[in-house]
Design a protein around this ligand. Structure first.
Ligand code: FES
Ligand SMILES: [Fe+2]
Length: 440
């Protein structure tokens, strides 16, 4: 049902870098994007390591909705809407666990881990003629994909494959999730998910991680204190030369590019961690040569999954909860093969960097929350936001596909491209026009 009657393109002027504040505060636009964006795009659901064994489940979110990621008895993965088909009760009220069936507490219907309705109270006595239980199983996503352990899904059966949806951002995701510091790509989560709520629109988060390089000034105090692994100033070790890349499809990344120098001085604060990553780096150099040092530092896969590919290695998902409310979920990754001491060291480094108690995330939240509140007023809404940095500065590159802006040219191209894509989703009725819209 269409609740927003205007054209999203009128609110997003990518050419001159002006974007309406309505995107961040308007409840009709918010309602419409649940339908046009979150019910159609590929969304991050979880990580395979959260559901290793048959019967393991992890309750996640897709947009506003609760979903269950579960491994059935045949070891196949599924993602189901977490709502009973009888009268809507949440069939799973735990965050994670292992089960043979999901039993609804309301009237006792039970569902197997492959989603079938297998038990109905008083089925023989109460339902004459009997109803067809096969028609009343849990609602399942239309498509599911796994990439380097991450699990993704879409409600839209007409959506392109996840591979096509990612396009050239594939490399960013692959490298960021498994290969930068790591050796063989096998990762696992550190602990469980950190969850918290912030009073601001989800897009503040998405654009920030897509490549809002100018906001680094917010972290100046953290840089001065020095929380990084190099035992001196800064938040992280030197990431190399920065390159800002907008891939087609609204996905934006900031890459760090390091020369293929076999010497590496990262993690000097912890000798065992330094030695581990040096070994990984040398293996990587052998495998990839000059390309070994090309890796995303931070980025967003449209619409709301963001990650840091190195220092820290973490995923953050900005789940929408309202025009000015977002539920943040963060998880941290380490190489499964890393020594325990390295994992312990990384745990404390990652926690002091990101998440609700992390020092850089606190800086960011302060900005998003106040900006959101200060944009809600009738007068404030009349004035668009300014995204003009680096207009026209992008150039082709042989190293990375996409719109590439080399630092030190500071550019807001990635947020501009994210909103251009957002407007296409909002205005397009079908994937034919969305596919065409991927080109500029
Ligand atoms: S709502 Fe689930 S059994 Fe009635
Ligand atoms: Fe930040």
């Amino acid at each position: 049902m269409k609740s927003f009657n205007g054209s999203a393109r009128d609110l997003v002027n990518g050419r001159n870098g002006e974007i309406s504040r309505e995107l961040f505060v308007n409840k009709d636009i918010y309602q419409e994007e649940q339908e046009q964006v979150f019910a159609r795009a590929w969304l991050y659901v979880g990580h395979e390591s959260q559901v290793r064994n048959p019967g393991d489940f992890f309750v996640s979110k897709m947009g506003e909705e609760s979903v269950i990621l579960v491994r059935d008895r045949e070891s196949r993965l599924h993602v189901f809407l977490n709502t009973c088909r009888h009268r809507g009760m949440k069939v799973c009220r735990y965050d994670e666990g292992n089960t043979r069936n999901f039993i609804c507490p309301y009237h006792g219907w039970s569902f197997s881990t492959d989603g079938r309705l297998v038990g109905v109270q008083d089925y023989q006595a109460a339902y004459q003629p009997p109803f067809d239980r096969d028609q009343w199983g849990l609602v399942e996503v239309a498509q599911l994909a796994v990439r380097h352990g991450t699990v993704w899904a879409t409600w839209d059966r007409n959506a392109p494959s996840f591979d096509e949806y990612l396009g050239d951002a594939r490399h960013a995701l692959d490298t960021g999730l498994c290969a930068w510091d790591g050796g063989d790509g096998e990762t696992e989560l550190l602990g469980s998910v950190q969850k918290w709520i912030i009073p601001s629109n989800w897009k503040f988060v998405a654009e920030n991680f897509a490549g809002d390089v100018l906001h680094a000034i917010s972290h100046r105090s953290v840089d001065m204190v020095g929380i990084g692994p190099n035992a001196s100033e800064g938040r992280r070790d030197n990431p190399g030369r920065l390159v800002i890349v907008a891939h087609e499809g609204g996905h934006g990344f900031v890459y760090g590019i390091k020369p293929p120098d076999p010497e590496r001085t990262d993690y000097s604060e912890s000798a065992i961690t330094a030695a581990y990553f040096k070994e990984c780096w040398q293996r990587r150099l052998k495998r990839q040569g000059d390309r070994a040092g090309v890796s995303p530092l931070v980025g967003t896969v449209f619409p709301n999954m963001s990650f840091h590919g190195q220092q820290p290695r973490t995923i953050v998902v900005a789940h929408p909860r309202g025009p000015t409310q977002t539920e943040m979920w963060r998880v941290y990754f380490v190489d499964r093969a890393a020594p325990e001491e390295v994992k312990r060291y990384l745990r404390s480094y990652y926690m002091r960097y990101s998440g609700p108690a992390g020092m850089t995330e606190q800086d960011d939240m302060e900005n998003w929350n106040y900006a959101s509140a200060a944009s809600e007023g009738t007068i404030a809404r009349r004035y668009p936001y300014h995204y003009k940095a680096g207009l026209g500065a992008a150039e082709p590159s042989d190293l990375i596909a996409g719109m590439v802006t080399n630092a030190p040219v500071t550019s807001e191209q990635n947020p501009r491209e994210l909103y251009r894509r957002w407007a296409q989703f909002m205005d397009s009725a079908d994937w034919d026009s969305l596919r065409g819209g991927a080109s500029r």
